[in-house]
Design a protein around this ligand. Structure first.
Ligand code: GLP
Length: 241
């Protein structure tokens, strides 16, 4: 059975996940962390930055690998996930630039970039993988229809995801139509997974993922195949359980 923790507030839920990251890095300072973007992880990253500033942790030896990236955006573009990661975490938490792995959204040969990243993913297991969840149950950019055996690949984003991400854009007027994402099988290869969902908008996706049989139409439901997955929810996201 999955491990489900329900916290009273979004802040408490984010702290719970941040504490799991601190514990993983304290146990293994040279671990590989699988990182995610979106609005949900921002509070976690702010807490990790605070921990570094307070001298409670060092990320100097940590290797990171991110889940996904929009196609067509160079790392320097403010709407790229690479720029997000530098803004929210990397630039203020003492990471070693040589140990940060990101997808090149500007690659002209997208398929070749997916192959390069697949090799990088395969080269070493992730010790702790962070996930958020889309309102349609997606993880990374594994949209409905993604199978448990899916690997790093170029994907088309669903209408629902394009609409959900529209308000988060900084400079672009439209969400890119395609992305490169780790697959479900890549995610399931992590030693430990933590998925944070906050807010009422995620309640139905959380319910489907935890209460229904694993199904490609709700990609996060495939997490049931993993032996060490931790769901961390606030009250609102747990509202339909
Ligand atoms: C995005 C990302 C996912 C993220 C999800 C939810 O598009 N590709 O990794 O978990 O959508 O995002 P948010 O946390 O902003 O709701």
């Amino acid at each position: 059975a999955p491990n489900v923790t329900i916290m009273p507030t979004t802040e408490d839920a984010s702290q719970t996940v941040a504490d799991m990251f601190l514990a993983t890095v304290r146990t293994n300072p040279a671990c590989r962390l699988g990182l995610a973007t979106g609005q949900t992880p921002r509070r976690i990253y702010a807490k990790l930055v605070d921990a570094v500033r307070a001298g409670r942790i060092s990320f100097a030896d940590v290797e990171t690998i991110n889940l996904d990236e929009y196609c067509g955006l160079p790392a320097a573009h403010p709407d790229s996930f690479a720029a997000y990661m530098h803004r929210e975490l990397f630039s203020s938490a003492g990471f070693d630039a040589a140990k940060i792995n990101l997808i090149d959204g500007a690659a002209t040969d997208e398929a070749a970039e997916a192959v390069r990243y697949a090799n990088l993913v395969r080269s070493r297991p992730v010790d702790l993988q962070l996930l958020g969840i889309g309102t349609n149950g997606h993880i990374g950019f594994n949209e409905p229809g993604s199978s448990a055996s899916s690997r790093v690949r170029v994907v088309e984003l669903s209408k629902e995801t394009l609409a959900a991400n529209q308000p988060t854009l900084i400079e672009l007027h439209e969400v890119p139509a395609r992305a490169i994402t780790m697959g479900i099988a890549d995610i399931l290869d992590a030693r430990k997974i933590v998925i944070l969902a906050t807010g009422e908008a995620k309640a139905e996706a959380v319910r489907r993922s935890l209460m229904e049989h694993p199904d490609d139409n709700c990609p996060a439901s495939h997490l049931a195949l993993h032996a060490d997955v931790h769901w961390v929810l606030d009250q609102a996201a747990a509202g339909l359980l």
